[in-house]
Write a protein that binds this ligand. Sequence first.
Ligand SMILES: Cc1cc2nc3c(=O)[nH]c(=O)nc-3n(C[C@H](O)[C@H](O)[C@H](O)COP(=O)(O)O)c2cc1C
Length: 353
Amino acid sequence: MTGLYSCVWPLLSRLDPETAHGLAIFALKRGLVPSARRIDEHRLRQTLWGMDFSNPVGLAAGFDKNAEVVQAMLGQGFGFVEAGTVTPKPQTGNPKPRLFRLTGDGAVINRMGFNGAGQDVFHRNLAGVKTRPGPVGVNLGKNAASVDAAADYTAGVRALAGLADYLVINVSSPNTPGLRALQSRDQLSELLDAVRAALRAVAPSNPPPLLLKVAPDLTDDDKRDIAEVALEQKLDGLIATNTTIDRPAGLTDANRIEKGGLSGRPLFDASTKVLADFYRLTDGRLPLIGVGGIASGADAYAKIRAGASLVQIYTALVFEGPGLVRRINTELADLLAGGGFAHINEAIGADHR
Ligand SMILES: Cc1cc2nc3c(=O)[nH]c(=O)nc-3n(C[C@H](O)[C@H](O)[C@H](O)COP(=O)(O)O)c2cc1C
């Protein structure tokens, strides 16, 4: 923990986590959080999908569900920011409390349930972003009460493709009943057919890259099916992974009994394994975004060696504050140099060679 955050954390950590998050969004929106110096390191700079990523560390979905602080978070030094999950209609999500810190475990459990203001407000917020020093992804979901998942995702595509540097089909959050079943082969193929058709209609010449975000709790058969569908459907990338419904041995915090998705340090091994599996199953042909339990440059380096072109963080940010972004990048640049890699490109998937 560094700088201002080490002064603010004693206050934030005493607040209920959702109140603390609301306060962080408020402060970021009002410009009360000083921006950070962007890292300028040639080793970390990449062009992916024709876009420039000044560094590989992104903000994971769920922090900025309504695209309220995209610019402020890019100002914290992130190489890219993913806003959402956004649903077509506003919805309140699950009853509170629904967000729990497991401080000693470096983890969080959430069962938010896609609370958000809906795609009209999201659109207005994102359209108001004046400058984008890095790419902005839009993570799409479905309303809990909707019976037609494809209709919701295609509504999201139609409303938001024009503002998205990349789009994510999120079928992996554990807190919307039935959502993760969309990862099964037939349902996924059908859903992606519908999404592709909507994307072709709304952006025929220059569609944003289309990515799929997957769960860590997949069987080997699930992973093989998803990888095959991803290649068949010419997806532009995969994001591995979302939170887990598993409760790995070794959790110590009393909150470990709460229902929902677990994120942070205890997710690292499982999500990195799933990432490595997808790299292997897709022969390294698809760019992968590695997310789950990253809290240091060494963690990011491990994800990259396992196959990630980019990484994302959320939970460690809660405990460490935004200074973590620069620390991860600095440590990562040193680790790449120490590993004999002149550029991040050379390290992607290195563990498989
Ligand atoms: C409070 C909270 C809310 C989240 N909401 C979303 C969401 O709306 N959509 C999504 O795709 N992932 C969501 N996630 C999952 C994160 O994007 C990420 O995949 C996961 O937390 C693993 O990364 P981490 O260990 O760095 O937190 C959420 C995570 C947390 C902790």
